[in-house]
Every structure is written in structure tokens, then in C-alpha cells.
Design a protein around this ligand. Structure first.
Ligand SMILES: C[S@@+](CC[C@H](N)C(=O)[O-])C[C@H]1O[C@@H](n2cnc3c(N)ncnc32)[C@H](O)[C@@H]1O
Length: 216
């Protein structure tokens, strides 16, 4: 995969056990605050009749909410196979199985195999991938109308906390690291692909940006 991160490392960080825990949490309490804000922003601008591509969507809770709100079809790309069973069960119980196509692959490496969509979402994904320009650039190029990203704010304390986490991960040879990419570089990467930032909102830990397509 890359020097810092291995397939085993990703499967450890995003284990099947974690996937089932997230699915149960969503069934009991609905979306977490960051995911809820993403769905709210998109539904406010209108999602009726649009298609969705979510990269690193985990159990797919955001996809389910947007399909209920009017999105016609969704494609979900996941790096690890560990979410597939829990995600499949959520889709079955929601009766939305035939409206989501799930693929397990590294989107940054094989984005050409995936069709563009009206809406592209990457929620808390860039912080799990070393090559930000490749992943964010590929996602932006796939957004026909709008792209929503969330990633950790780059403050001294997020950098300090995540550097410490990385130290522990390296010492325990987990094959997984976290990244606090520079927000201005993320924005520049997306804007170079013809998108324009229309919302940039910082929460206590996560920063969310919305970009709209202005040129192809
Ligand atoms: C922190 S989890 C976030 C899951 C979900 N979006 C959420 O917010 O609950 C990050 C996810 O991104 C996925 N991911 C990271 N890099 C990826 C890539 N290059 N292609 C596809 N998925 C990726 C990981 O497998 C993981 O499931």
C-alpha cells in the first residue's frame, strides 16, 4: 500500500467489530453530529434526483439518509472489506439494497474505474490516507455538482494529539497512521479541479468544507 500504512493496518483500524458497533450506534441514535451536518447542508441545497459517490463511507449511514432524502443511486467505495457485512445489513433493513453499489478498492489508485456523480462525499477520510493530493484530486474530479469534505482541524492540539497517536502506532507496528493535512492545500487541490469553496465551517475537532463545480 504505502510505507506508513498496510492493508492489515487499515483492517486493524477499521475492524469488522468497529463496523458492527457503528451500525448499531446509527440504528439506536442516528447520525453523529458531523455526518448530520453534511446531510443537512446537502438537503438544504436539494438532492432530489441526484447521484452520490461516497469514498470511505464506512457502514454507509450518510448514503442511507441521502437516499431517503431523494438521492436516486449511490456508489460507496471502501478501502477495507470489513464494513461490507454491517453495511449490507443496514441496507437490507432500510430496503435500499438495490440503490447502492458497494466496491472495495483504494479510490486514489483506481479512480478511473469509477463513474462521476452529482455529489461526492469524503467524511473523515483524508486523515486516514497519506497521499492527500491524489485522493482529494480524484474525488474532486468525480464531482459533477458538489463535493463535501470533512477532516481534522489543523490546530496545535490536534497535531500534538495525533502525533502522539502516530508515535504509539509506530511503536506497536500497527501499519496505520493518521494525518492532519493542511486545509489550504486540500482546498487548493479541489479548486484546481474546477470547484469553488462555498462553505468552510470548523467544529471543535472536524472541519467541513463544501465545494461547488464552476468549470469542468
Ligand atoms: C475514519 S473512517 C470514516 C468512515 C465514515 N466516513 C465516517 O465518517 O464514519 C475512514 C474511512 O476511509 C476509508 N478510506 C481511507 N482511504 C481510502 C481510500 N483511498 N479509498 C477508499 N476508502 C478509503 C477507510 O477504509 C475508512 O473506512
Amino acid at each position: 500500500m504505502t510505507d506508513c500504512c498496510s492493508a492489515t493496518g487499515y483492517r486493524w483500524a477499521f475492524s469488522e467489530k468497529r463496523a458492527w458497533r457503528e451500525a448499531r450506534r446509527y440504528e439506536r441514535r442516528g447520525l453523529d453530529p458531523t455526518s448530520r451536518r453534511i446531510v443537512e447542508v446537502l438537503t438544504m441545497q436539494g438532492v432530489e434526483g441526484l447521484t452520490l459517490l461516497e469514498v470511505g463511507g464506512g457502514v454507509g449511514a450518510v448514503q442511507i439518509e441521502l437516499l431517503k432524502a431523494g438521492v436516486t443511486q449511490a456508489v460507496s467505495i471502501e478501502l477495507t472489506p470489513t464494513y461490507e457485512k454491517a453495511a449490507g445489513e443496514l441496507l437490507r433493513t432500510s430496503g435500499l439494497e438495490d440503490r447502492v453499489a458497494r466496491k472495495v478498492m483504494d479510490f486514489a489508485q483506481a479512480a478511473d474505474d469509477v463513474e462521476a456523480a452529482d455529489i461526492v462525499i469524503m467524511n473523515r477520510v483524508l486523515c486516514c490516507y497519506p497521499d492527500m493530493p491524489k485522493l482529494a484530486g480524484a474525488a474532486a474530479a468525480h464531482a459533477r455538482q458538489v463535493m463535501v469534505l470533512s477532516f481534522p482541524r489543523r490546530t496545535w492540539w490536534t497535531r500534538f494529539g495525533l502525533s502522539f497517536a502516530n508515535l504509539v502506532l509506530r511503536m506497536t507496528r500497527r501499519g496505520f497512521q493518521v494525518f492532519v493535512h493542511r486545509p489550504e492545500r486540500i482546498l487548493a487541490t479541489a479548486e484546481d479541479r474546477g470547484l469553488k469553496t462555498t462553505l468552510n465551517r470548523a467544529g471543535s475537532f472536524w472541519q467541513m468544507i463544501v465545494l461547488q463545480r464552476i468549470t469542468r
